[in-house]
Design a protein around this ligand. Structure first.
Ligand SMILES: Cc1cc2nc3c(=O)[nH]c(=O)nc-3n(C[C@H](O)[C@H](O)[C@H](O)COP(=O)(O)O)c2cc1C
Length: 309
């Protein structure tokens, strides 16, 4: 199987790439993860929280903020709002752009994060932008692979529908990106997809080595009779409200593809993470949980315990 790796001593039956029955370390994409809990894109910058609040081996890895060709300042404030079910955000892909990531962020990651597996998240408004970011970073050291954030609006097709909700656009991105890198290539899919299993299968057919599910769910919160809580109006829902949404997506995706599935959405404790692994995920990511508690992912990893079934 492409990129997906031989499991270690005791492969888990039915889980692509296996996993170890005897310790929390797992091996996927030819790489050892000290535990199956990673930090999710957009919620851990370029890894700074890892050195600020935890030991680098307390989590299994991280996914950087999504990187675009040009720097982006993001959406107008306020960009985040809390509500009973979790959080609504419209950060708007604020990031320093690919050149700064190559010149500053990756060298920092190499110096401070050692061997911690890092995926660089990639975003764009056009298919070619994904290929350009991947092409400009691929020759650098300090990271394992790429996670394509396909929830971005596609400006050149169908009036801005997200890439992952437009099969032709998704195919185009992978046709451009896959030849540019031999590194593990994950696609990150959206929960508001009427057939996420078919989308995942198409992505794998086009060369994806793994599937991450889910990104945030579109949402809106009123800030008054004619105003929105967020400066941009709409945003993405994350946190406890999306746990069942992510679990359903992972179950469907895991049944449809034979590459590792990375589960994300609403994980705040070891039980949540276990539910994702039981649903078919090989690895999990913690996002909003890190805002509630900066050490959340390390605690999730501890609570998950020594044995990864
Ligand atoms: C403030 C914030 C910023 C985010 N930025 C990104 C991003 O840049 N790229 C991306 O793929 N996902 C981004 N996400 C989505 C998360 O990685 C994750 O998929 C989603 O929040 C669901 O997980 P959670 O409930 O654990 O937060 C962001 C989420 C939040 C809350």
């Amino acid at each position: 199987m492409r990129g997906a790796v031989e499991g270690k001593a005791d492969p888990v039956p039915g889980r692509p790439g296996g996993g170890s029955l005897v310790s929390s370390a797992v091996e996927f994409f030819g790489t050892r993860f000290s535990c199956p809990v990673l930090l999710a894109s957009g919620t851990c910058g370029f890894g700074e929280p890892v050195v600020d609040v935890m030991a680098t081996d307390a989590v299994g890895g991280l996914v950087t903020k999504s990187v675009t060709v040009e720097p982006r300042w993001g959406n107008p404030a306020p960009r985040v709002a809390e509500y009973a079910g979790g959080m609504l955000n419209s950060v708007g892909l604020a990031n320093p752009g690919v050149q700064a990531v190559r010149e500053d962020k990756l060298p920092w990651i190499r110096r401070h994060l050692g061997a911690l597996p890092v995926f660089v998240s990639v975003a764009g408004a056009r298919s070619e932008e994904y290929a350009r970011v991947v092409g400009e970073l691929d020759g650098e050291e300090g990271f394992l692979g790429f996670e394509l954030n396909l929830s971005c609006p596609n400006d050149s097709h169908l009036g801005g529908r997200p890439f992952c909700l437009d099969p032709e656009a998704l195919r185009e991105v992978l046709q451009l990106v896959r030849p540019v890198t031999a590194r593990p290539l994950l696609v990150k899919l959206a929960p508001n997809d009427p057939d996420i299993a078919a989308t995942a299968a198409l992505a794998v057919e086009c060369g994806a080595d793994g599937v991450t599910a889910i990104n945030t769910l579109p949402g809106f919160l009123p800030g008054g009779p004619s105003a929105a809580r967020l400066g941009a109006g709409r945003g993405g829902v994350s946190g406890p409200a999306v746990l069942p949404v992510g679990l359903a997506a992972v179950r469907e995706v895991a049944a449809a593809v034979d590459v590792p599935v990375i589960g994300v959405g609403g994980i705040f404790n070891g039980r949540d993470a276990r539910a994702y692994l039981d649903a078919g995920a090989s690895l999990v990511q913690v996002g909003t949980g890190s805002f509630a508690d900066p050490r959340c992912a390390a605690r999730v990893a501890r609570e998950l315990g020594g044995a990864v079934r």
